[in-house]
Design a protein around this ligand. Sequence first.
Ligand SMILES: *[C@@H]1O[C@H](CO)[C@@H](O)[C@H](O)[C@H]1NC(C)=O
Ligand SMILES: *[C@@H]1O[C@H](CO)[C@@H](O)[C@H](O)[C@H]1NC(C)=O
Ligand SMILES: *[C@@H]1O[C@H](CO)[C@@H](O)[C@H](O)[C@H]1NC(C)=O
Ligand SMILES: *[C@@H]1O[C@H](CO)[C@@H](O)[C@H](O)[C@H]1NC(C)=O
Ligand SMILES: *[C@@H]1O[C@H](CO)[C@@H](O)[C@H](O)[C@H]1NC(C)=O
Length: 796
Amino acid sequence: MGVFVLLLVVFSLRFAVYPVQSTAGSHAAVHVVYLGHNNALSPSLTSQSHLQLLSRVFTKQSEAKQAILYSYSCGFSGFAALLNSTQASTLSETEGVISVFRSRTLELHTTRSWDFMGLNLHMQIEQSSQTHLKFGDDIIVGVLDTGVWPESESFRDDPHYGPIPSSWRGTCVEGDGSFDPATACNRKLIGARYYLAGIESELGPLNTTGGEEYRSPRDRVGHGTHTASTAVGSVAPNASYFGQLGLGVARGGAPRARLAVYKVCWYRDFTGRCSDADILAAFDDALCDGVHVVSASLGSSPPLMPLFATSTEIGAFHAMQRGVVTVFSAGNDGPDASMVQNVSPWGLTVAASTIDRRFPTVITLGNNASIVGESFLVDEMTRRLVESSSVFTDGTCTFEQLMNRTAAAGKIVLCFGTTGGVSSEGAALAVYAGKGDGVIFADSISRKTSQDNFWPTVHVDLNQGTQILCYIRASRKATVHISRSKTVVGKTPAPAVAYFSSRGPSSITPHILKPDVTAPGVNILAAWPPKSSPTMIPLDKRSTQWNFDSGTSMSCPHVSGIAAVIKSVHPTWSPAAVKSALMTTAYMYDDTSDVMLAGGTLKAADTFDVGAGHVDPLRALDPGLVYDAGPRDHVLFLCALGYTAAQIRQLVLPVPSLDTSCPHGGAAMAGAADLNYPAIVLPDLGTTVTVKRTVTNVGPNRAAVYGVAVTCPPGAHAVVWPPELAFFPDHGGDMASYYVSVTPTKLSRGRFDFGEIVWSDGFHRVRTPLVVRVTNLPDDGVRAAADDGYYSEAAV
Ligand SMILES: *[C@@H]1O[C@H](CO)[C@@H](O)[C@H](O)[C@H]1NC(C)=O
Ligand SMILES: *[C@@H]1O[C@H](CO)[C@@H](O)[C@H](O)[C@H]1NC(C)=O
Ligand SMILES: *[C@@H]1O[C@H](CO)[C@@H](O)[C@H](O)[C@H]1NC(C)=O
Ligand SMILES: *[C@@H]1O[C@H](CO)[C@@H](O)[C@H](O)[C@H]1NC(C)=O
Ligand SMILES: *[C@@H]1O[C@H](CO)[C@@H](O)[C@H](O)[C@H]1NC(C)=O
């Protein structure tokens, strides 16, 4: 395919409006109609009720039957159907309907899928313990992603696996024949399904020509194979990139856990796209199949929709009620504030951090001056070196400014990010389009991610870039030699928050800390389909089973794997307890290396960058205390979101003696701040506020005494009472509550400040972030009432 054709496809698709395939009316689009839990009805009865409901907005039942794409009837109740706007609004006003929303297209949280280099596998998580190797056999992790390459070493069968857990009710499906369940599925890969009714209705039919996509669980994109092997991949001793680089042992966070694959994302525009309708279908099946952990590295950038009009949040809500932990990626929209995605309290949201590895790359100019930049180059190269203005009309390295199709042929082009505000991947794409061989990219800040690695790109700083420019201008025929990148481990402060990682606070539920934790997400080596080349450089007939990729997509499955190990060691723990264990044992790190604000000031990583901190798998197995949350906690949270008691009864699974009523007035708001979350965020502190938390002793000793240490956020005073929590097996058991009163001590209107509450029994350290924004100064004379800042979704 010609380069220009390919690029035009990339550029035009980004803005294209996709025609919606319609069966009823010219404006029919895929909508999700969500109805809450399925009230313990059989799936077939539930599906019948869906058809009845849908028939109300069609003249004939046969039309309704034709319009329906999915009936969600096992894990929860709802359906996806092609509806026009009149039908959608009629249904949304029908009694018993919680929400009707247009199915949207979500994206994978990888920075890109062709990331092609890196050297050494090195994961923090790997160092901590052998526990991961022993546990997880009984745990099933469901990965919602782009499918799987089942022949990968990460998913091979192995005599040490016991029989498939008897609770498993899932299956492996064949699809178009590109995936043979008989050989693909085994005691490791125990389930594989795929969903494409939604995506095909929304974006048109898939292109399956020449292996462009497979209508089966087989992975075309590579992302799903990568995330699945990061979460649960078996130990693979000889992982490397093209057999040359990064030789080492690859394995997942829970290498013995079982894998169930739900393919919901499909190859489009060189990445994977996923439809809400398909994602809900996968959750519906996964919950009935019997997975214990769901891992989903996907989402949609803000503005965020109400929680119960978002497929991932609905799925995670019902997962939580069934004891299933759902782990999400936070998104790659950093470093600006409030861009975090997947923000419900029942999901676990993971930010991305670096590891202590860099890839210095030596650039030698024709005058023998040498400069150390950073890249991921496998092959050295010597080429003509030109400045951008000889290739791009006004010197801006963009596709639009390219002089002609061969303007950069055989050359390496020096591009400045500061000229026209271009990104390194934009510059790499533009130089690639002009048949150039590579880019030296100079910018004021290092945003080194793997997005530009599909084409040789060396990053340098502005100073170095200027030096190179002077050389080019001073010589008649400038040349450059670029050496292969090297790996340096342990010389860089790490972890640091990744530039791209989406930051908090949550834009719709600011009382809930998001992201929750951080984990490695930069240049992670994991399994890859050998048929999907990670780079655009022709690789002869070479192929790779392994690849480096970056994104919160990669940090999410690390935590999914750890959650699987925790579930294996502590099978009775609720999703809230698992999340609490991960959060209260996470560590904060000092980080001034990566985030630079617009004014050039360095900023240390804070709680909105990394949540409670970097996960520590070993400590998470023995957290001492956990913040658990039960059905009543969720009822109160839903009250705070504005749902009525009737709606709440439809959402929260009935359990004996569950009180589904909402408290009156201001108490509803307290429900949100008081949700027993392992972090306290007070986004609108005008006057003293008191919140309550309850901890459960899960330590090895049932008798224990914990003392508190409080670090107040600047500008507020926090008092914890009682200052000591005693647990006696004979007296009232394993739970104890405490109160935190927070009072502003400054006049302010807007900045978030960070503190912490740490409980300790001398051995365990239970750390709870305390985040406060004091808002007691009038804002241009207009001051909102203190409690009005709370978002209400049911009213939307
Ligand atoms: C939507 O479809 C229904 C049933 O086919 C039809 O009666 C109605 O006129 C349509 N509305 C619009 C706005 O197209
Ligand atoms: C489908 O993929 C094939 C193989 O890459 C390509 O040649 C063809 O142009 C694609 N078709 C469409 C409609 O994009
Ligand atoms: C790993 O690779 C090395 C060197 O190529 C080889 O000697 C060894 O047998 C391989 N080990 C496995 C388990 O494949
Ligand atoms: C650069 O170094 C090489 C090898 O040391 C030498 O042959 C060459 O003359 C030098 N070039 C310049 C411009 O100094
Ligand atoms: C394309 O642009 C380059 C750089 O300006 C120039 O040298 C070359 O002659 C141009 N080629 C064509 C076909 O116009």
